[in-house]
Design a protein around this ligand. Structure first.
Ligand SMILES: [Cu+2]
Length: 142
């Protein structure tokens, strides 16, 4: 199952060529405590056409997953999403308490004031894959 997913991602990556026209605002990475092995990144994604976030990667983490967060019986639960749909012109917010990009297997600590560069891949209605590289500041959550 896992291997299949990696093969799928590898083919996506190879296909990621043209630049995506998605606007990315309010993007930041949460600074974390020393020794923490995971991290989270937040941003608002606005696409002029229906699109889907299908993949994210950074050299700072071994893997990046798209997560949702919700309250379930008073307990915060995170769930991994295969993809995140974006409606044309509607800002989709990734913010604390909701959607986020989860960073696993961190290669270095996330220190406020430093930056993390991500590559995001989007798929449009015609299944065309585009990508965008964005550098996010690391900030303390407030
Ligand atoms: Cu998460």
């Amino acid at each position: 199952m896992k291997i299949l997913k990696y093969l799928f991602l590898a083919s996506l990556l190879a296909a990621c060529a043209a630049k995506a026209d998605v606007t990315i605002t309010d993007a930041w990475v949460r600074a974390n405590a020393p020794g923490q092995k995971v991290g989270a990144a937040y941003m608002t994604l606005t696409s002029p056409q229906d699109s889907t976030l299908v993949f994210a990667e950074t050299t700072t983490a071994g893997t990046v997953e798209i997560h949702s967060m919700s309250m379930d019986d008073g307990v915060m639960k995170m769930r991994m999403l295969e993809e995140l749909p974006l409606k044309a012109g509607k800002p989709e917010k990734l913010a604390p308490g909701g959607f986020h990009l989860m960073l696993f297997d961190l290669k270095k600590p996330l220190i406020a004031g430093e930056k993390v560069t991500f590559r995001l891949c989007f798929k449009d209605k015609a299944n065309k894959i585009t990508d965008q590289t964005i550098t996010l500041p690391i900030k303390e959550a407030n």
